[in-house]
Ligand binder design. Structure first.
Ligand code: SIN
Length: 523
């Protein structure tokens, strides 16, 4: 049932899901199959979530020898730089293959060899080729297509172009979510359980691979409602976004490096292991650009004879922008790509607020630690979207307090207050201009490498940005970006070490004992 409002608005749904990417749709399909009443709201069109933009694929061990889930686990822990929750990663790698098979049963098609076996790619940080792709580098489109078709066949109230503004907390539990529908009317969607699956916050930065909708709405709503947020200082910058003006920046998938493409500088020299984890490659690029005084490096795909047939979508994009990957060196530079942190959850996606759940990029359940391993994000959404629904069906209400365990033992939790995000002054500039100022401040102050000075500069600039009346989606998105930006700056300032995707000029060493920073809003 696809509607443009809640036809049964008096009804209290079993599950309200905010967001229509892989996590939200996986949760919705499962909940409908389990006989739960489901309402799914999405601020754009159903199939226009960030998932759609995912090129690189789904990392999963589908029974291949010599690969193993233990090896996938070890690679994920290594990329996460000591901050992954080992038990969460165990869940991810063990349950992932089953979720992939379910997706295939729903109709998703992944690339195969002539023999019929899956064509598996290797990407940075993976010790084996274990990444499924669809259409070369159009995996997100295929995942989204299969899940949208599945949910449209099931009994669910789907409301598109519906912006969730705030969570409603009654008696200490989340009981509803307030929304603004397409026609501007405000409604309260009542549900026994609210699942945030609204993605990350790449739009915090002026150079990003994320679409315009990635404004951290769920993270901000959760923070405002009092939920705990963690690991926001770990923003993943993808090393190889095409260096040209269009935004979002076209991504040149890591799968090309897995296929043999090389990173070279303006003199044609290699300077980094192309298959190191993303944080390592992005930092090497930024360092190299600084030393050489350039604003990009190059990806050399010219030695890959089958690049056009193997990566048809990327080739088409490149040709449309005037680059021929069989002949031209491709100018690339890092761009904000993935929010490793988010609302803190247990292994079932339960947040610190009863009745509130989170799955996918909006959540921080410990699978990514300080830096997500390539192609673990779609997998995360599929696995934890399903787990949320199973926990709800099992009668679970609140989060387990089972601590966070890294590979080396328990991770200390340091709790502290996040700054209030309300603007100090009213707006004297158009909202687009204020959003651009926030993005510039984050790009300059909270980029691949930060310091106390750059972080302070970002906080000061963001504080000086005024707010307009919250009567448009654009103003609300900006308010959400401000909330997540200030939380990110606060956590990045408090983390006085360098680890994974968080690298500081002024604290270049990594502490011996890993700790997680968990923030809640100052009461
Ligand atoms: C890529 O194809 O390089 C991106 C995939 C991912 O974000 O893991």
């Amino acid at each position: 049932m696809n509607t443009n409002s809640f036809e049964r608005s008096e009804e209290r749904f079993d599950v309200a899901i905010i967001g229509s990417g892989v996590a939200g749709l996986s949760a919705a399909v499962r909940a409908a199959d389990m006989g739960q009443s489901v309402a799914l709201v999405t601020k754009s069109d159903l199939d226009q979530a960030t998932t759609r933009w995912a090129q690189g694929g789904i990392a999963a061990v589908l029974g291949g020898d010599p690969d193993s889930t233990d090896s996938h686990l070890a690679d994920t822990l290594a990329a996460g730089a000591g901050l992954c929750d080992r038990e969460a990663v165990r869940v991810l790698v063990d349950e992932g293959p089953r979720r992939v098979e379910e997706l295939i049963a729903l109709g998703a098609e992944f690339d195969r060899l002539a023999s019929g076996a899956f064509s598996l790619a290797r990407e940075g940080g993976h010790s084996h080729a274990r990444v499924l792709h669809a259409g070369g580098a159009a995996t997100g489109v295929e995942v989204e297509r299969a899940l949208v078709a599945a949910i449209e066949d099931r009994a669910a109230a789907i409301v598109e172009r519906c912006f969730a503004t705030d969570l409603v907390v009654e008696g200490g539990e989340v009981s509803a979510v307030d929304v603004i529908t397409d026609d501007g009317s405000r409604q309260r969607l009542r549900a026994r359980n609210v699942v945030l699956a609204s993605g990350g916050a790449g739009q915090l930065f002026s150079v990003t691979t994320n679409p315009l909708v990635a404004t951290g709405d769920g993270i901000a709503m959760g923070i405002r409602a009092g939920a705990e947020a963690a690991d926001l200082e770990f923003v993943q910058f993808h090393p190889t976004a095409l260096h040209q003006p269009s935004m979002p920046r076209p991504l040149i998938s890591e799968a090309l490096r897995g296929h043999g493409a090389l990173l070279v500088d303006d003199e044609g020299e290699r300077f980094v292991d192309e298959l190191a984890p993303r944080d390592v490659v992005s930092r090497a690029i930024v360092d190299h650009m600084r030393v050489r005084g350039t604003s990009n490096v190059f990806l050399d795909t010219t030695r890959l004879p089958d690049v056009a047939t193997h990566f048809p979508t990327i080739t088409a994009t490149l040709l449309s922008l005037g680059f021929d990957p069989t002949k031209d060196l491709l100018p690339v530079s890092p761009a904000a790509h993935y929010t490793c942190g988010g609302l803190m959850t247990d292994l079932d996606g339960a947040s610190s607020l009863p009745g509130l759940w989170a799955a996918g990029e909006v959540a921080c359940c410990g699978v990514h630690g300080a830096n997500r391993l390539a192609s673990n994000s779609l997998l995360d959404g599929m696995v934890f979207g399903a787990r949320v629904v199973e926990a709800i069906a099992g009668g679970k209400r609140g989060a387990d307090d089972n601590g966070v365990r890294s590979a080396a033992g328990p991770v200390k939790i340091r709790r502290f207050s996040l700054p209030q995000s309300g603007a100090n002054k009213s707006a004297d500039e158009p909202v687009e201009r204020r959003r651009a100022r926030l993005q510039t401040a984050m790009t300059e102050g909270v980029g691949v490498v930060r310091s106390a000075d750059t972080l302070h500069g970002a906080a000061t600039e963001i504080d000086s940005i005024g707010a307009g009346p919250l009567d448009s989606v654009a103003e609300r998105e900006l308010e959400n970006l401000r909330t997540v930006a200030l939380a990110t700056v606060a956590l990045a300032t408090a983390r006085t070490e360098s680890r994974g995707a968080h690298w500081r000029h002024d604290f270049p060493a990594t502490d011996d004992t890993p700790y997680r920073l968990v923030g809640t809003l100052d009461a």
